[in-house]
Design a protein around this ligand. Sequence first.
Ligand code: UDP
Length: 381
Amino acid sequence: MGRKIQNLIVGCGFSGASLARKLAEELDQEVTIIDSKEHIGGNSYDYYDKNGICIHKYGTHIFHTNNSEVWHFLSRFTRWHPYMHEVKGMIDGQEVPIPFNLNSIRQVFPESIARRLEEKLIAKFGFNVKVPILELRRSEDSELEFLADYIYHKVFLEYTLKQWQLKPEQLDPAVTGRVPVYISRDNRYFQDKYQGIPRNGYTALIKNMIDHPRIKVILNTPFQSVKNDMEYQNLFYSGPIDEFFDYRYGELPYRSLEFEFVEYNQEYFQSNSVINYPCNHDFTRIGEYKYFLNDRSPRTVVSFEYPADFVRGHNERYYPIVKPENHELYQRYTRDADLMPNVHFLGRLGDYKYYDMDKAVGRALEIFNSLTAKEKITHAA
Ligand code: UDP
């Protein structure tokens, strides 16, 4: 057994890397990060292919946040390519703005109907308001019910069945609430104050973040394979919490994805970076990577995204399945976690939460702040 590590961090994605940087830089502490993958960056890992196109290995990642602390922290490690994400959904052969908004209504309905629906929506909810589809479905007005049914069937039902093997109402409403009906003419997918793509990619951002003399990174190293050989003072674990406890209460369910990457000998494949296919095909969406950083090439690369069951040892965890019984199982694990004051869980897998990248970073900063606050209290006492 070697020397005791001051801080062991499991996982070198946004969560682990952010925390490592704070511990190393602000507390001058020594940090070792281990990761089971062969690369840094977790599921935000990207790389440049032979055409000079930056490919997101685990599917399209678009950074957006309203958290200025997170934005300014990350901005120390990258410059940003200004990018406002828009998504189109293929609905009955037309590319329609998603989130479904007033422009979508105009596009799919005859003008007289569209105008009435627009007036009704604005009268009932107001302008520039986001309404989750499950809430819109509860409207008592028959015309709004008609609209809600249309959107539910054309945008949400089949996509959600493919993605989760559940109907929208079987999931926590926050899941489909991520993509609300938007009473607006704003076609962007996100309205956050800060949005962009790291100018040299996500991997470069993470690499800069962990480039610090007090941070050491060991790849290809699952925690399970070293946990009996490594001694640590503090452990920050962004791997799956159920795995940490050897699945003592059972496995937390996840959804996975499979990507079929295809290169085409043409400049562009589709009109937009992401096109969703809610009702057709087995894939949910197609991402075309050169759009994100405006990479120039006579060729293009796209990924067809197929939802899949997560099977341990066979594929990756992508999405916690947010519904009450899974949350209860997760809470059994957190009760055990609370008994270990030197072990902290973070990240999508550690917290079993559907975090976006900014939320993962925000959580890492929060853990760091609470640790330093505690230390200040201990020192003062
Ligand atoms: N969703 C849908 N149709 C769409 C887009 C989203 O039904 O065209 C639902 C679906 O259940 C999806 C959820 O909204 O899993 C969240 O979508 P988001 O685009 O935020 O998913 P992510 O990019 O995180 O995979």
